[in-house]
Write a protein of this length. Sequence first.
Length: 270
Amino acid sequence: MTTNWYLIKYVPDPFRDEPKNIGVVVENDGRGVVRFMGQHKGAFDGRRVRGVVRSPRTMKAWVDYVEYHLTSGTFREQVERLSSRPGQNYRIDFRGTVDSSGSDTEINGLADNLFSELVGDPGPAAIQSIDDLANDLLFHRLRFPANHRVEKDVSYRVNLRGEPHELGFDYRYESDRTTLLDKISLSAPEKTLRRTVHDLMFRIEHVRDYKELRQPSFVTLYDLGRSRMSDQLEGHLRVIERFSHTVDVRDEGAAEDVADKLGVPLLQSA
């Protein structure tokens, strides 16, 4: 008896077509098992794939989708249907067949071995940095008009009390107006975070009247990291929001939010 096996792949950018293996399916005679990255003790833990996929919630929907069709006996038909829809973020590739008895023990063992060899699990420690998230958002998620781009590490020379000072920002986008973007990690120690917020407010306050800026606007990309939102962190955000629009870089709608502020479309949907 032959058993079919498949690789489930996540493609962050269909235009680049650089897939990542995130799961395996072993199917025999209309039934089968699936092993997904992020599965832990029989449940899906989205925290384990934060550094792998943009939306753990979307990946969870894929886990449910695959499991449903394996249970319903319609998995093969769904693979054929999906293969006719190129350019998707998730895909299922048929990889081959193996001889097996078809027993539950053998199918589960084969799935475990294939998953271990071809996918693996990043574990709970896998988490993207704010730099990686911001760069992915700004340089791989948005579509800019010709001759327009996001610049990195920009600065302005201003006079403060008669003394010249350089005020820098992480990113700048020029269109009919100037948008300056900065990153801030809210998972820093409180004393460090207070200084960081104060520094950001100082730079915004003293550059917003700079004569070369066209109708300036400000966007702050913030990251909670492994921290949880608290009254203290919300207080820091309220201070920032006096002068700047804020975006949680880990939020599923972050790219749409930034695209709206910059006045550009998304390159692709997540």
